[in-house]
Write a protein that binds this ligand. Structure first.
Ligand code: GSH
Length: 146
């Protein structure tokens, strides 16, 4: 089989890749990775040293594709049935090419990363402001009246 997906069923990042594969009706070998098992982890690390799933292996083209959004983008570019998964990839660009560095890919990657990376500082700022407000209220409640 051409494609193999290294995944875990409880990983929502893996669901992204699984949804793409099922939606485009692309046959693949599902390789469940148990990171808790040293032998399984080592075997997975031989495929992708960072040992984060999902990872798509394209055996026909000899490519290893990590990162859920990049997996979807790769499928959209290489498998005509998956072309519609990424808006902005016209069907003429769906060819067995691997220049996964186009602006569409960059923006897809960006969206994938900016949410967690961009939200963390915002959440931290909101929590700090909220903690300061709580501290002020507590001080006001415990201080003796004038
Ligand atoms: N940005 C990556 C995130 C992948 C990721 O963090 N996967 C988690 C599972 S949801 C993982 O492999 N965790 C195992 C670990 O960190 O050891 C993607 O979109 O694929």
């Amino acid at each position: 089989m051409s494609f193999a997906l290294y995944y875990h069923p409880l990983s929502s990042f893996c669901w992204k890749a699984l949804i793409a594969l099922y939606e485009a009706d692309i046959a693949f070998e599902a390789r469940l990775v148990n990171l808790g098992d040293p032998a399984d982890r080592a075997a997975f690390q031989a495929v992708w040293p960072l040992a984060k799933f999902p990872v798509l292996r394209d055996n026909t083209r000899g490519k290893t594709i990590p990162e859920s959004s990049v997996v979807i983008d790769y499928l959209a570019r290489t498998e005509p049935r998956a072309a519609s998964l990424v808006p902005g990839i016209p069907s003429w660009r769906c060819r067995p090419a691997c220049s996964i560095d186009s602006s569409t890919t960059t923006s897809t990657r960006h969206s994938n990363r900016s949410l967690p990376n961009g939200c963390a500082p915002m959440v931290s700022t909101i929590l700090s402001a909220s903690n300061r407000r709580v501290a002020r209220s507590e001080r006001a409640m415990t201080s003796s009246p004038p």
